[in-house]
Ligand binder design. Sequence first.
Ligand code: FE2
Length: 321
Amino acid sequence: MQGTCGKVRGPALCNGSDSGIGSALRAFRRSAVSRAGLARGMEQMALTRRDFLKSAAVASICGAVLPAAARAVERAHAERPVFALPDLDPAHDGLRVAQLSDLHVGDRTRPDTIRDAIARANSFAPDLVVLTGDYLCRERSGIGLMRDLLGGLAAPTVAVLGNHDHWVDARGAARALTAHGYAVLRNQNTTLTLRGAPFTVVGIDDLLTGHARPREALTGAARGSRLVLAHGPRTADQLKKLGQPLLCLSGHTHGGQINVPGLTQFMLRTIAHEPYARGLFRLGAVQLYVNRGVGNSALRIRFNSDPEVTLAVLRRAGQAS
Ligand SMILES: [Fe+2]
């Protein structure tokens, strides 16, 4: 095992939008501290003032009229992507990996939503659980909530941190996770024994806050069955340069959270600089999967972007059907 890991519950073992349009708008407002700066920023993004105001108006209307619809989808939706991996050990063909992301404990995410998501993950009977960052929201009191709400995952569990965790208290968040028996990887890797064969998890720290070091995280990582965790989807741009076949599971975007088809993708891409909003992407030899997350950080509501619990099924390339 590389690096420092806590013990892992189970048999073997151890980048800002807070996403959502509201968050993107706030980030945009913070970054444009003067009228001249605002104009320059908008010019650079090739986004006219009229376009921007139209987008903001639509987002505001959605936020005002859609909370009732959003409440109806707070139960996490199960996604079951299948990934074909060329280097997967035969023993791991069909391996089940549950992913939870962006739990965001605090007043913007209902505790029942978090508890339900953990129960859903356990219901998958996974071989491995991975947590891809942003457990906290904005308050240090979230550390206590992490201790209260995030326990109970029944398989070996490995985690990485997200931008909110760094903004609030990265050490505290890591300690709360290890107290539950979950491993926390910060530009490290660890090898577990799953189904009798070695399986390496590579954990890259958060990109948005400047902590991501992919090469360091991969140092000494065994070949064969491997999985990369990184909160920020754009970490995959760096992984692509390594030229290795890798599967990277990420989160961070909340799938846009207020997902107005076309508009949200446009705003994520041009304002938040997050081109990978949700689902599967291929970047050279790298497969990137972006989970919509469980919780909320900026707005308390979601629209057309259900909370997600993922069951990733790993298949040997050539075996997937
Ligand atoms: Fe994030």
